[in-house]
Structure formats: structure tokens, C-alpha cells
Design a protein around this ligand. Structure first.
Ligand SMILES: Cc1cc2nc3c(=O)[nH]c(=O)nc-3n(C[C@H](O)[C@H](O)[C@H](O)COP(=O)(O)OP(=O)(O)OC[C@H]3O[C@@H](n4cnc5c(N)ncnc54)[C@H](O)[C@@H]3O)c2cc1C
Length: 429
């Protein structure tokens, strides 16, 4: 179970307050009960409520207590895999539909922010995918070609062009995807929850779902001070899944990502560091991602070990990564440090499963969940309200345990060593 907040996070200090979401008390009834108040659960609640369904959402902590309130705020479109990989896994027709779904995910976030007037520091200056070596650049070129083939607004960057836009000479080239944006993610998820409430969804924080049991007419979700009887249940618990549904927490590997944020930079530093103001992530498997927010803070993140608390060694490594790229940051003061968990699947794709009639689970955003989880919330709403919009179809997979899940700590260490070697050889993640 997660803590109710994320101490130390920049977003918890700067986001507007959460809407009032009192704990569930007494017996409730709903068409759909949603467990988990991150982007996925809250977006599903909003879209279901808009379609006329009665919805009760429960989160164990605050809204956004999981990855959704802790992330880097990089709104990046896509499903992370090329069309060719999707075609191998699901066939050509699904590959085309999934690619199209992925192409629209960042635009959907921006539309929701505008429609529901969510104050979350939206900054639409795109995403730079930065190649750390020549072999990785070839993958970036192939991706850019694929995206441009589908009419997407992306631009390939030479070594000089990426240096001019990022302010650092360390990359061999890259791609500027103009569809992407930066946001304050906690402000966004809180704003989505408020929008869902306006459409009638009942949103309850500090309401852990302790037990799920089948009844004659559907499912009963029990919390500490109340219970919901629902026809359908959505498990939107992401990397924070507990034992509520057997096997769900073992269907992915939970890894840590940690971040640090500086004090607002001086005008001189702002002109030199990330002058394009795009958000950026590099092609390493153990990637670093960074941006400068609207207040001028430099925010950098990267992989940590397991768990929710950032370790001192991880924070030192992040400072070092920042200064390697921008030596002029050597004297800046770092004001915020925090971490969260990411749900990694072996195929790096989200898995939508129906482990029992009336139960839908969806985990596996692999560190790229702002745009995709928001969109898959709409996908779930569409499925549960009759599937009228074919552009929101998504393939169903079987809930399966990651092999050797019990050995994940040593396995993760071995994987990290392997990824370091691949990164050093110049392959992309
Ligand atoms: C440090 C970090 C940086 C990241 N950076 C980015 C980024 O820049 N861009 C990007 O696109 N993605 C990023 N991600 C990934 C992104 O944050 C996630 O993919 C996304 O938040 C997943 O949303 P979700 O709704 O599936 O899960 P979550 O937001 O994790 O929500 C799950 C919720 O379920 C609740 N829960 C669990 N069990 C129960 C229970 N039994 N009862 C009730 N509630 C329960 C938890 O309290 C939690 O609030 C990052 C993630 C981290 C951790």
C-alpha cells in the first residue's frame, strides 16, 4: 500500500490542492467501481461518467499518490514500440490501429486540459529524443521516418541542431517530436479528478480496496469504512498494485525512477540550458530524462533501485548526470528530490486483461504513462459502455506472471548491468 503523499516532490509543493475526495463511508452502488486514482483510473472515471455510467473510484492514498503524482511531467505520445514490432505481436491490422491510437495520445491530454480548464502549467514545446551514440541514432532515424510517414510532426536533428536546442554537445543527433508537452503531473491528475466529479463520478481518497468478492449481481469492493457493489470493476493500480487481485502485482517488474529539481535558474542559465524548452529523454536503456519547467527549474530523472524512497547514491548520480551535460549547473542548489515506481512488462507494452468476467485490469506503462494511461482510460470507458468508438479498441492479453518474479531484485541487478553494457556500446533502449 502506498503512502498518502510523496514527500519531497516538486509537484506536491506546487500543484493546486486536490479536490475534496472524502473516504468511502457506508454502502455504495455503481455501474463501475475503479480501484486506483492515477491517470488511468481517473481518466476512466471521467470518460465513464461522461457516458452516463455511475462510477465510484477508490484510491488507497491521495489522488495521484502513485506514479501519476510523482513523474517527470513529460507528455510523450506513442506506444513505445514501432509499428513493425506491434505487427509481429498483434498482426498488421492491430499494428495500424495501435500506432494511430498512440499518435493521438499527447493531443488527447492537451485537449482534456483545455476542455476542463486544468491549471497544470501545460507547455507545448515538444520532446527531444536524444541519441547517445551512432547505433542508437539509426533507431531514431527509423522512428522519425515511420512517424513522418504517418504525417506526424517530427523533425530529425543533426549533432549541431540538437546541441543548439538542448544546450549540450553530448548527443550525436536526435528527433524533435513537436506533438509532446510538459506539465505539472500532480496538478493534471487532480484536475482530471475534479472534472470527473463534475460529471458525477464519486471519487474517494484514503480508501484502500482491501477485498474483492464476486456477488450474485457483480462484484463487491470492500474498503475500511465502506463497500461498493458494482457490475464491473477496473483495476487501475499500476506499479502500486498490491495483493487485491492475485497475480496482478507479479505481472510486471516494479522499478524505481528518481528525480531532483533545482531552484529556478538565473536568466543566464535559462538561456543556456535547454533553450528550446522541449522536454528531453535520451536513448539509453538506463535513460536520463530532463526539462526546464515554466518557473525555470531544471528537473532531471533516471533509474534507481527498488522501492519509493530515493537513495543518496541515486541522487548523487543524477547531479553528476546533470553536470556532465551542463557543467554550468555545478553550483546550482537542488531543492527537491523524490522517487516513484514504474511498472515494467517484458514486452514493454501495457497489458489489458479480463482476469474474470466483470473485472478489467491494465498495467504496464513502462515509464511512459501520462499520455498513454490517459488514453487507455478512455479505452476502458469505451469497452465498458458498449465499445461504440472503434478508434479506441485495444487488444486483450492474458494475465500472466513474469517468470522468476520472486527473484526480481537479483534479476534487476543483472539486467541493469546488461543494460549498462548495451548503453556503453551505443544501442538504444
Ligand atoms: C519518477 C517517475 C517519473 C516518470 N516520468 C514520466 C514522464 O515524464 N512521462 C510519462 O509519460 N510517464 C512517466 N512516468 C510513468 C507514469 O507516471 C506512469 O506510467 C503513470 O502514472 C501510471 O498511471 P496509473 O494510473 O497506471 O498508475 P498510478 O498513478 O501509479 O496509480 C495507481 C494508484 O492505485 C492506488 N492503489 C494501489 N492499490 C490500491 C488498492 N488496493 N486500493 C486503492 N487504491 C490502490 C495507488 O494508491 C495509486 O494512486 C514516470 C513514473 C515515475 C515513477
Amino acid at each position: 500500500m502506498v503512502a498518502a503523499s510523496h514527500p519531497g516532490s516538486l509537484w506536491s509543493r506546487t500543484a493546486p490542492p486536490s479536490p475534496s475526495c472524502p473516504p468511502l463511508a457506508g454502502d455504495a452502488r455503481a455501474d463501475v467501481a475503479i480501484v486506483g486514482g492515477g491517470f488511468l483510473g481517473v481518466s476512466a472515471a471521467l470518460h465513464l461518467a461522461q457516458s452516463g455510467a455511475t462510477v465510484v473510484l477508490l484510491d488507497a492514498g491521495d489522488i495521484g499518490a502513485g506514479g501519476s503524482g510523482r513523474n517527470g511531467g513529460q507528455v510523450i505520445p506513442g506506444i513505445k514500440k514501432t509499428r513493425a514490432v506491434l505487427a509481429t505481436k498483434f498482426g498488421g491490422e492491430w499494428a495500424d490501429r495501435l500506432a494511430a491510437l498512440g499518435d493521438g495520445t499527447a493531443a488527447r491530454v492537451c485537449r482534456l486540459i483545455e476542455t476542463h480548464d486544468i491549471a497544470c502549467d501545460l507547455d507545448r514545446r515538444g520532446w527531444i529524443r536524444a541519441a547517445h551514440a551512432a547505433p542508437a541514432m539509426r533507431d531514431v532515424e527509423a522512428l522519425a521516418e515511420e512517424l513522418r510517414g504517418r504525417g506526424q510532426d517530427v523533425e530529425l536533428l543533426s549533432r549541431d541542431e540538437i546541441a543548439a536546442r538542448s544546450g549540450t554537445p553530448v548527443y550525436v543527433g536526435g528527433m524533435h517530436d513537436k506533438r509532446a508537452a510538459g506539465i505539472n503531473p500532480l496538478a493534471y491528475v487532480r484536475g482530471l479528478a475534479a472534472a470527473a466529479q463534475r460529471f458525477g463520478a464519486h471519487v474517494h481518497a484514503n480508501s484502500p480496496a482491501r477485498r474483492l468478492s464476486r456477488t450474485a449481481t457483480g462484484w463487491r469492493v470492500e474498503s475500511d469504512q465502506g463497500a461498493v457493489q458494482a457490475d464491473q470493476v477496473v483495476l487501475a493500480t499500476g506499479a502500486y498494485s498490491d495483493g487485491l487481485w492475485p497475480g496482478l502485482a507479479r505481472s510486471f517488474i516494479g522499478v524505481q525512477s528518481a528525480q531532483i529539481a533545482s531552484r529556478p535558474l538565473s536568466e543566464n542559465l535559462r538561456a543556456a540550458v535547454m533553450p528550446s524548452r522541449a522536454v528531453l529523454s535520451d536513448t539509453r536503456k538506463l535513460a536520463n530524462y530532463y526539462r526546464v519547467d515554466l518557473a525555470g527549474r531544471f528537473i532531471i530523472g533516471g533509474r534507481g533501485p527498488l522501492g519509493d524512497a530515493p537513495e543518496p547514491a541515486t541522487l548523487v548520480a543524477l547531479q553528476r548526470a546533470a553536470c556532465e551535460r551542463f557543467p554550468m549547473l555545478a553550483d546550482v542548489e537542488w531543492e527537491h528530490a523524490w522517487a516513484g515506481r514504474i511498472d515494467m512488462t517484458l514486452d514493454e507494452l501495457p497489458h489489458l486483461c479480463v482476469p474474470a468476467p466483470g473485472v478489467t485490469s491494465l498495467v504496464g506503462f513502462n515509464g511512459r504513462g501520462i499520455a498513454l494511461a490517459t488514453t487507455l482510460g478512455a479505452v476502458i470507458a469505451n469497452r465498458l459502455s458498449g465499445g461504440r468508438d472503434p478508434s479506441l479498441d485495444f487488444p486483450e492479453t492474458t494475465l500472466s506472471t513474469v517468470p522468476f518474479h520472486a527473484l526480481r531484485a537479483p534479476a534487476l541487478r543483472a539486467a541493469v548491468a546488461w543494460y549498462r553494457l548495451r548503453d556503453a556500446l551505443g544501442f538504444s533502449g
